[in-house]
Design a protein around this ligand. Structure first.
Ligand code: UDP
Length: 498
């Protein structure tokens, strides 16, 4: 198994098997974004490999994952340390208890949320000064970690929670601006400068998502901070997109460490669920429907989805944030009670996707969801909504060919759900779902086979000797080498004065 970073001669000289500095324990600060993602799993992976891992986050976010961390096997001999950042809700004019992106009551407050994040810098600076970690692995939403890292002379790596295909596409679109001469938002154009031809439309570009928000000022900071970072750690794996991992390394000039799918670190939970499982449904007979943690459709759209699912006659598990739309059709649940499970709030997505009865995932194409689907070998019905989700969806459909599109063409502005109303009507939902789950024939069978192959590759990537496993080792060795270099330089300087 060859990892992309092996192409970099620096690493050929120091492969992960060379335990040069076993006596040294590496200390890494992890600064995860406050949204449901997988950066906590990153810290867990590093801790399981002997790294001293410290997570910086706010009190309410700690309560979300503390029990998961405490359950880990390695925890009793190498515990993850949690350090608190007090979230400045009042100073940023946010209501209390809004320490996570999925908890802010209105998208109009996203500017205040980003401002609050910027205000955390002095506290984090203080913690770095006191604890003297050897490196920071930070979500891109904390650009100030780059300044802190530079101030204390340690490397900062930026965590990217999306695939190198979407990252490369964003870079190429920003660089070549192929959209400037198009005559309409829905005209298809080629994005040049990528390993393969990729076609998109203006309305699928992530800019739509931010509507009238003022978030642009923050994005410029993110980009600058990434430029000033040592490297990129990405929740993807080399085999799923080798050309794009190499391409992203080339265009950014940064070393990229694909270490995912990090959700596969939870295999213990999956194993437990597997043992408890009673098989009540046939294999591949259930559609799982979930649109991530951030977006909520208008009630009218939810009703169209409900009625489309009903008339498709399939079994489904559907995760919704609010069940208010059920009042629009009070008998719906009664009519479908034998073949639905509606989960209000939060569902154990990774466990559901790994159940053999689940044969399809209707998804908004958030990268975590796509990668979890791939890891479970489940093909998708893609319904991208915003941000880079159209890019991820594009990759699912055109590159891996493991899904069908529901037929949405344009991205949405965050927070304008009610204004947008219905995008996909019930008959379209019914048609796509029945075609995919019941009448798919060889076409869907082919998607299942390809998804299953990718799932095998994902599992190999994270197991001992696999590319992601090796990349974690290479990164640890690299950071240890830098630590030793720093310490010896410091010693030389001290020696000159004594
Ligand atoms: N998720 C979950 N249960 C839910 C909704 C979401 O476990 O009911 C998890 C999902 O497994 C994924 C993450 O939340 O890991 C969502 O991330 P993604 O990138 O797919 O979308 P986002 O929520 O950022 O739009």
């Amino acid at each position: 198994m060859i990892s992309c970073v092996l192409f970099n001669s620096r690493f050929i000289l120091a492969p992960s098997s060379t335990k040069i500095h076993d006596h040294e324990q590496l200390h890494v600060f992890f600064v995860p974004f406050m949204s449901p993602g997988h950066q906590i799993d990153m810290a867990r992976i590093f801790a399981s490999r002997g790294v001293k891992a410290t997570i910086l986050t706010t009190p309410l976010n700690i309560s979300r994952f503390e029990s998961t961390i405490n359950r880990d096997d390695y925890h009793h001999h190498n515990p993850i340390k949690l350090l608190l950042l007090n979230f400045p809700s009042t100073a940023a004019n946010l209501p209390p208890n809004c320490e996570n992106l999925d908890a802010i009551p209105s998208r109009d407050l996203s500017y205040n949320f980003s401002k609050a994040i910027m205000m955390l810098q002095p506290q984090a600076d203080d913690l770095v000064r006191q604890c003297q970690p050897d490196a920071i692995i930070s979500d891109m939403n904390f650009p100030w970690t780059a300044e802190i890292a530079r101030k204390y002379g340690i490397p900062r790596l930026v965590f990217r929670g999306t695939c190198c295909f979407s990252l490369s596409l964003s870079v190429a679109a920003a660089q070549h601006k192929p959209n400037v001469n198009v005559s309409s938002d829905t005209e298809t154009f080629l994005v040049p400068g990528l390993p393969r031809p990729v076609y998109i439309t203006q309305s699928q570009m992530p800019d739509q998502f931010f509507g009238n928000t003022d978030l642009q000022e923050f994005f410029e900071k993110f980009i600058k901070a990434e430029r000033n970072s040592y490297g990129v750690v990405a929740n993807t794996f080399f085999e799923i997109e080798p050309d794009y991992v190499k391409h992203y390394e080339k265009v950014t000039g940064k070393v990229v460490y694909p270490v995912g799918p990090v959700s596969l670190f939870n295999t213990k939970a999956i194993d437990i669920a597997e043992r408890k499982r009673r098989r009540q449904r046939e294999s591949n007979s259930v559609l799982y429907v979930c649109f991530g943690s951030l977006y909520e459709f208008a009630e009218s759209q939810l009703l169209e989805i409900a009625l489309g699912l009903e008339s498709s006659n399939i079994c489904f598990i559907w995760v919704i944030k609010s069940d208010a739309f059920l009042l629009l059709d009070k008998d719906f649940e009664e009519r479908v009670k034998d073949r639905e499970l509606i989960i209000k709030g939060w569902a154990p997505q990774v466990l559901i996707l790994n159940h053999p009865a689940v044969g399809g995932f209707m998804t908004h194409c958030g990268w975590n969801s796509v990668l979890e689907s791939v890891s479970s070998g489940v093909p998708m019905i893609t319904w991208p909504l915003f941000a880079e989700q159209f890019y991820n969806g594009n990759f699912v459909l055109t590159h891996w060919k493991i899904g069908v599109g529901v037929g949405v063409e344009s991205g949405l502005a965050w927070g304008e759900e009610e204004k947008i109303g219905v995008l996909v009507r019930r008959d379209r939902v019914e048609k796509v779902v029945s075609q995919f789950m019941i009448n798919g024939g060889e076409e869907v069978e082919g998607m299942r086979k390809r998804a299953s192959k990718l799932s095998e590759l994902a599992k190999i990537a994270v197991s001992k000797g696999g590319s992601s496993y090796v990349n974690v080792g290479l990164l640890i060795d690299d950071l240890l080498n830098q630590k030793v270099e720093r310490l010896s330089k410091k010693k030389e300087t001290v020696d000159q004065f004594v």
